[in-house]
Design a protein around this ligand. Sequence first.
Ligand code: SF4
Length: 381
Amino acid sequence: MGNHALLSASSSHRWISCPPSARLCENCEDQSSEFAKQGTDAHSLCQYKVESALGIDTTDPTESLNFYDEEMENCAESYAAYVMEQRAIAMERCTDPVVLVEQRLDFSKYVPEGFGTGDCVIIADGTLSVIDYKHGKGILVEAEENPQMLCYALGALELFDGIYDIDTVSMTIFQPRRENVSTYTISKIELLQWAEEVLIPRAKLAYAGEGDFTAGEHCQFCKVKATCRKRAEYNLELARYDFEMPATLEDEEIEAILAKADDLTAWVSDIKEFALQSAVSGKDWTGWKLVEGRSNRKYTDESAVAEAVTAAGFHPYEQKLLGITAMTSMLGKKHFENILGSLTYKPQGKPTLVPESDKRLVMNTANQDFKDENEGGQSNV
Ligand code: SF4
């Protein structure tokens, strides 16, 4: 989970990539988004579920959660089940594995004032496992070389290396709303080497407010992302692209634009949002004005509407089939499969162009089949 240290584990990807961003963001207001609040609720529920499963005396937080819903309940349940599964695996190697929930992890040996909170740490002879729950579904989070996880692992190592004989460190991101369980395992030696070669020098620069500003996808988590000059320059490089001749773009040029398109659109929408919020707070932008957007008529009182329509002799409600998620919640997963397994299907997804590094399989298109057949035919000649 996040915390407020200058060089926190949760923001480490950003300050390792762009060290001076840490001091630049230091005095910016922390705007806790609805998503962040939802995440905090989900974490409380996860903590409760795991502690209950471990037989620890704990209090059910459900009543005080503003964002509690069935999906959150299912996510927390599956997280607790995963933790218990990992504990059972650890018990095969070691009779007394330690499971820590919401553990403060101090990695200040490597990063000035560095600490964070690990959702779950399992320590057994041989392997140390750090598990982090992510409730968000917007961005798929991978464990591989994830600095936040590496920082947590260093903090956990500080607590237990020496007491347990640890040679391997395993880090897992559990992100149920993306059906993502991503695990990255490295040796303790590799972890310490990363700390020496990457973490310590970058943290030193960041703490001192030094180093080069470097823009990239990490900017999306930066508090100055809308007004940062480096990010603007980075994105405006595209505008300087030499589009002179010929009149239409070459393939390489389109590819170059594609590679920057996501960053560019994210940046533009951050600027628009920043300008809008400033205008709402009273700022005048020369050449721009604030107007009311389009809106649709709404009922003032739904039950009064239903009554009035019924009194007029009509039926005011429509009957709708429950969606798959709601139906699954009502029936339970197993029941759903038994009753409706043969009555569901997964339509082909919309074609999406992604970088080659994306893990999804290449989509089969009619054109591709035609090409393959032709190429196959020619080679047979
Ligand atoms: S927006 Fe990007 S380049 Fe600018 S300070 Fe933040 S991380 Fe660095």
